[in-house]
Ligand binder design. Structure first.
Ligand code: NAD
Length: 421
């Protein structure tokens, strides 16, 4: 089953509980629009190569399309469609006024120079500027894109459109309208969701006390690092960490900040502590909480039976396949779904967009307070449905999203809503 088929099946599980119109349901089966363009880019050595680039706008019932842009070899038409699909429901769960989108370029970004990344980023906007805009579709960083890429994209869009359209992309540097706390937003958002869940519902899971909880984090990029850093600061024990080159384990707990420094000094390949293990072994460790924060499809039907964690907090998008989701849920593992757990990034992007539109600046403390409040509210709403309907938190999250999208679509999309009776 493909990633997209799996995602749609997960949505289907929620349809029977959600009070939505069959016309809205039919619309949600298809993306509104997918654009594919061919992007010629001249390399530093003078050679030219054409890259495939995409933007998928899945649904905009709740507001302008919103979603990241990734530069990665796995980017394809179906891949961005799956990611845009998830964005649609994620934005609805966390209750930001956005629809769902995603884009990307099929490219191995680390092999390119800074100047090549600049040309690629600007070329993307040259080809797609008609499709984006502060009220139309607002890109943001994703895998292998960052605030520099957003800055290139903003400047290119400004050059084409004129004015000062700061709200066209989020995740910008602070000096040009970016917001305090964006780099840590997804990791910290995941932390707020997890700690609220432990505090309010932890008793149901029979977990050890905070200090004795064992947590493993896969992925040490923007999301995984900030999540682990926050865990350490709040007194939790991180027993395993990993990146693309491998993983490290110490039952007594790892020093997250020392790991960051050591990796930076050693080409991201040496952790400087603990025992080296593989990424596969990390997933199967005997821990209380497992946090996939790297890439898709790491929990599959081949390893689902071996997962020992009691909670899986999905900070990556789509880390659990449809089949693995069924196996792990049947085993009693509580999976906090990606469309809830990693929604902190888009939440702070929303604050940035608001700040740009209103020509104001939010401070770091306000960002954290509001992020925490929104993550806790969404977690509470998902968990309430999970308990009330005896469905998985994933189904509960899709139920909540469908209710919100369904209500908005009924107001302006349904043929019967305004009929005179
Ligand atoms: P990143 O590129 O900063 O970091 C990715 C990390 O995963 C790196 O440590 C990398 O070495 C590791 N990795 C890559 N391939 C791997 C593999 N095959 N096995 C193990 N580790 C691997 O990316 P990020 O921004 O941290 O995003 C991570 C995940 O979170 C992605 O699924 C992304 O879509 C999702 N996400 C990110 C944000 C955000 O704000 N950055 C928001 C929502 C969801």
């Amino acid at each position: 089953m493909s990633m997209l088929e799996g995602a749609k099946k997960q949505l289907e599980a929620a349809y029977k509980y959600a009070d939505i119109n069959s016309e809205t349901w039919e619309k949600l089966q298809y993306p509104d629009k997918i654009v594919q363009v061919s992007l010629p880019m001249r390399h530093d050595d003078g050679t030219m190569r054409v890259y495939k680039a995409y933007r998928c706008q899945y649904n905009n019932v709740l507001g302008p399309y919103k979603g990241g842009i990734r530069f990665h070899p796995s980017v394809s038409r179906e891949h961005v469609e799956s990611l845009a699909f998830w964005m649609t429901f994620k934005n609805a769960v966390i209750d930001v006024p956005f629809g769902g989108a995603k884009g990307g370029i099929t490219v191995d970004a680390p092999t390119l120079s800074n100047r090549e990344i600049e040309r690629l980023s600007k070329g993307y906007i040259d080809l797609l500027s008609d499709n984006i805009g502060p009220d139309i579709d607002i890109p943001a960083p994703d895998m292998y894109t960052n605030e520099r890429v957003m800055s290139f994209m903003f400047h290119e869009y400004k050059k084409i459109r004129g004015g000062h359209p700061l709200g066209v992309v989020t995740g910008k540097p602070i000096a040009i309208g970016g917001i305090e706390g964006r780099p840590s937003a997804t990791g910290y958002g995941g932390f707020y969701s997890m700690s609220f869940l432990l505090e309010k519902f932890g008793y149901k899971l029979k977990l050890p006390s905070k200090k004795r909880l064992k947590i493993a984090v896969q992925g040490f990029g923007q999301v995984g690092y900030w999540f682990a850093e926050r865990l350490q600061r709040e007194g939790y024990k991180v027993v395993a960490l990993s990146n693309i080159y491998g993983a490290v384990y110490d039952e007594k707990g790892l020093n997250v900040t020392a790991a960051r420094l050591h990796l930076d000094e050693n080409d991201h390949k040496v952790w400087g502590q603990g025992t080296e293990i593989t990424n596969e072994e990390l997933l199967e460790l005997d821990v209380d909480i497992l946090v996939p924060a790297a890439i898709e499809n790491v929990l599959t039907k081949d390893n689902a039976d071996k997962i020992k964690a009691k909670i899986v907090l999905e900070l990556a998008n789509g880390p659990t396949t449809y089949e693995a989701d069924q196996i792990m849920t049947d085993k009693g593992i509580l999976i906090v779904p990606d469309i809830l757990a990693n929604s902190g990034g888009v939440t702070v992007s929303y604050f940035e967009w608001l700040q740009n539109r209103n020509a104001i600046r939010k401070n770091y403390e306000d960002v954290q307070k509001e992020l925490k409040g929104m993550m806790e509210k969404a977690t509470e709403e998902v968990m309430r449905r999970h308990l009330e309907y005896s469905v998985s938190p994933r189904t509960a999250a899709y139920m909540l999203a469908l209710e919100r999208i369904g209500e908005a679509d009924a107001v302006y999309g349904n043929k019967d809503y305004f009929s005179i009776r």
